[in-house]
Design a protein around this ligand. Structure first.
Ligand code: ADP
Ligand code: MG
Length: 705
């Protein structure tokens, strides 16, 4: 366009490289909020893609509402009730002309809000329809008041919903992205894949693809976008996979050129730990440990992935690797994706290593102030083993002699974090890098391993320790919820413990927490003679720990949880698990969750509660879960079944490394990704570098610095 650009491009003339503050209306405060999302330059905004879409193009009739729908409804407030039974809550009943009604439920509200919601007020709400105890309801819907005769205004297109952070609302973020899109150059300047390769592989316009996903045209249907298979989405997924593939390839090559400390100890600590264990290693554990120890004794940095089903005993393998490093006089860092999981490792490692005189330091993000200073000093002073979450990767943590990094991915970690840790360097006075061991409970099929883990060698712990009880699994419609609750009642009566898992998929931890609060209130009200606890990601680590401790000690009979319990929880007496809205989860996650029961000698069961009607794929997934408990078979099936269905709707922020690509759905793109990747690395290295920066952003800038 001929009109003057409101933004001064950076020296290279590329408007994408200009800082976000050059956009009109972006001051320091907004820039800081954007920075928390890793959005520093204009192009970061172009590539900050919607997580999903909301359909506010129509208003649903109350009579047609179905559980699970995310819809807009209009109604008049009929009654308002403030309750304090378990915690403050506000219930607002709205109704339509035809006599249908819907309950709106709020757990967090202000007095001004209550005053605004007087009977007779007209409301336009948007939210997810849920089954309440007395009919349909919405928990924390978005809403706006309308004056009496105002016609309902609907949007003319789908509204993109972006990953965001506290303090930055969707409207504001969408507004900035919209401004940034105004600066999107033509394809000739935007495209980094050489024209000839684009033509050869039929790659369509990148500019059109970006505009489509950010501003879907009025005729774009939600059903279509949810699948992630629209050509615009596929075009972007291709490029994202390419960026990631390039980055892994380059990183692997760079690491392999460097040296690592040779960690060949005399085995005295490893032997002492094995002698103290109450069990013998399985053959698989022995084989994988031997592979890892052999790698550690090389001067070439180890880059190894240990995959093994939930409960296959990967932690012992990790502890042996750690001890080998310690024997050789080097430090070990162990990081996990969640605090809960890191704490679990801390407990195991302290239990196994401290009797051998090996120091274990705790350094999670929540360790602050003096305690943090002390921990940092111990790490800098050479403490043997340091355990923590992502915080370990932040700047300011200096190791004296880091020889081995263990990353427990449990399949929700990103590749990027791995890269940045690797860059920590082995010691201040050498160019060496630490060895690296990655643990995952997700068996990685070969095609995917080539892309997502293109940088790693793979070992499999393909055997479970003896004495596990298979978990009997059934699928039950939500219509029979009352029977399921009765079953919980019976289980508690026999002294057994129960997990109730809420799986509301939302972009914010807050909404997930609210869903768990609602389920907790329901169960506490029904199961009056059982103690029901609640745990979710919004609670403080101390609170979480005390709830977990109470559950472990048997003081709580039922634990209502969000998927935070997916990892790291080990309570052998828990023998029943109910997974709410199980139809929404992928096989991998269901399998992970189910792995929390069947850990003791009692016969265990898992109830997959689902909301009918079940779609074809959901039905097949639940069928697979009923048929098998074998993680490898489940992973194979997962790949077969996935494809459509899971994508934009179920991505959870911070859990996947991808913005738009889905390895299972987009596996068909990988062969071309690899071809284009090779050609770019060979002949277009500069563009390859810019492509990585574009998609991997700040993390890549750091890793390549
Ligand atoms: P995961 O591979 O899922 O991380 P863990 O390492 O947490 O599994 O092990 C699960 C449980 O099995 C732990 O309680 C652990 O102590 C136990 N375990 C590990 N190896 C063995 C073994 N060889 N024999 C018996 N129990 C074992
Ligand atoms: Mg584990």
């Amino acid at each position: 366009m001929a009109s003057r650009s409101p933004v001064v491009p950076d020296e290279t003339g590329d408007p994408g490289l200009a800082p976000v503050t050059r956009l009109p209306g972006v001051g320091p405060a907004l820039a800081a909020a954007l920075g928390r999302l890793g959005l520093e330059r204009v192009q970061d905004l172009w590539f900050h893609l919607p997580l999903r879409y909301e359909d506010k193009t129509r208003v649903a009739a109350m009579a047609d509402l179905r559980v699970g729908d995310r819809v807009q409804v209009a109604g008049v407030v009929e009654a308002v009730e403030r309750g304090f039974r378990y915690r403050p809550q506000l219930k607002v009943a709205i109704g339509d002309d035809a006599g249908h009604s819907l309950l709106l439920r709020f757990f967090h509200f202000r007095r001004a809000q209550v005053e605004q919601l007087q009977p007779g007020t007209r409301l336009l709400c948007f939210g997810e329809v849920r089954q309440g105890a007395h009919g349909l309801e919405m928990v924390h819907p978005q809403y706006q008041r309308m004056s009496g005769d105002e016609p309902v205004a609907v949007e003319d297109r789908l509204s993109p919903i972006y990953p965001t952070t506290e303090g930055l609302g969707q409207k504001r973020l969408a507004g900035v992205i919209d401004k940034a899109l105004g600066l999107l150059p033509d394809d000739a300047r935007l495209e980094l894949i050489p024209a000839q390769l684009c033509a050869e592989h039929g790659l369509t316009s990148l500019r059109d693809a970006l505009l489509y996903v950010h501003r879907p045209p009025p005729d774009a249907a939600l059903s279509q976008l949810v699948l992630g298979r629209h050509p615009a989405q596929q075009r972007l997924a291709f490029e994202e996979l390419l960026a990631q593939h390039l980055s892994l390839k380059r990183m692997r090559a760079a690491v392999r050129r460097r040296h690592a400390p040779v960690l060949g100890g005399d085995g005295h600590l490893c032997e002492a730990m094995l002698a103290a264990l109450p069990f013998r290693l399985t053959a698989a554990q022995q084989r994988v440990s031997a592979e890892v120890l052999a790698d550690l004794a090389q001067v070439r940095p180890m880059l190894r992935l240990v995959q093994g089903d939930v409960g296959s005993g990967k932690t012992v393998v990790a502890a042996l690797a750690a001890l080998a490093a310690v024997e050789a006089g080097w430090q070990v860092a162990l990081v996990a994706p969640t605090e809960l999981l890191a704490e679990q490792h801390l407990r195991n490692f302290r239990h196994w290593l401290e009797p051998l005189g090996v120091e274990v330091v705790w350094l999670a993000g929540k360790v602050t102030g003096k305690a943090r200073q002390r921990a940092l000093a111990r790490v800098a002073g050479g403490a043997a083993v340091t355990i923590g979450t992502h915080a370990l990767m932040q700047e300011g943590v200096v190791f004296a002699r880091l020889g081995l990094v263990i990353v427990d991915e449990q399949h929700r970690f990103g590749v990027q974090q791995r890269l940045s840790l690797r860059d920590k360097g082995a010691s201040a006075d050498s160019a060496d890098v630490p060895h690296q061991l990655v643990l995952t409970a997700t068996p990685i099929p070969r095609t995917l391993a080539m892309s997502a883990y293109a940088d790693l060698d793979v070992s499999s712990v393909d055997e479970l320790p003896p004495g596990r009880t298979p978990v009997q699994t059934i699928a039950v419609s939500n219509a029979r919820r009352a029977e399921v609750i009765e079953r919980i009642h019976a289980a508690c009566g026999e002294g057994r413990q129960v997990y109730w898992v809420c799986t509301l998929i939302e972009e914010s931890e807050q909404l997930r927490a609210q869903a768990a609060e609602a389920a907790h209130a329901e169960l506490a009200a029904t199961l009056t003679d059982c103690r029901v606890g609640l745990i979710h990601g919004r609670m403080k680590p101390k609170e979480k720990q005390s709830v977990m401790d109470a559950f472990k000690a048997g003081e709580l009979a039922v634990l209502v949880a969000t998927t935070v319990i997916e990892v790291g929880v080990d309570v052998p007496n828990a023998s029943l698990m109910v997974i709410e809205n199980s139809e929404r989860l992928g096989l991998a996650q269901l399998h992970q969750l189910r792995g929390r029961v069947g850990r003791g000698s009692i016969a265990s069961s898992c109830v997959l509660l689902y909301q009918p009607p079940l779609g074809g794929l959901a039905k097949q997934r639940l069928q697979v879960m009923r048929e098998t408990g074998d993680g490898f078979r489940i992973a194979e099936k997962d790949l077969e079944l996935r494809g459509p269905g899971e994508v934009l709707g179920t991505r959870q922020t911070g859990q996947l490394a991808f913005r738009i690509a889905d390895l299972a759905r987009d596996a068909h793109l990988l062969p071309v990704v690899q071809q284009v990747g090779e050609q770019m690395l060979a002949a277009h290295a500069e563009q390859a570098g810019r492509l990585m920066t574009r998609w991997i952003g700040a993390a890549a800038r750091y890793a390549h610095a």
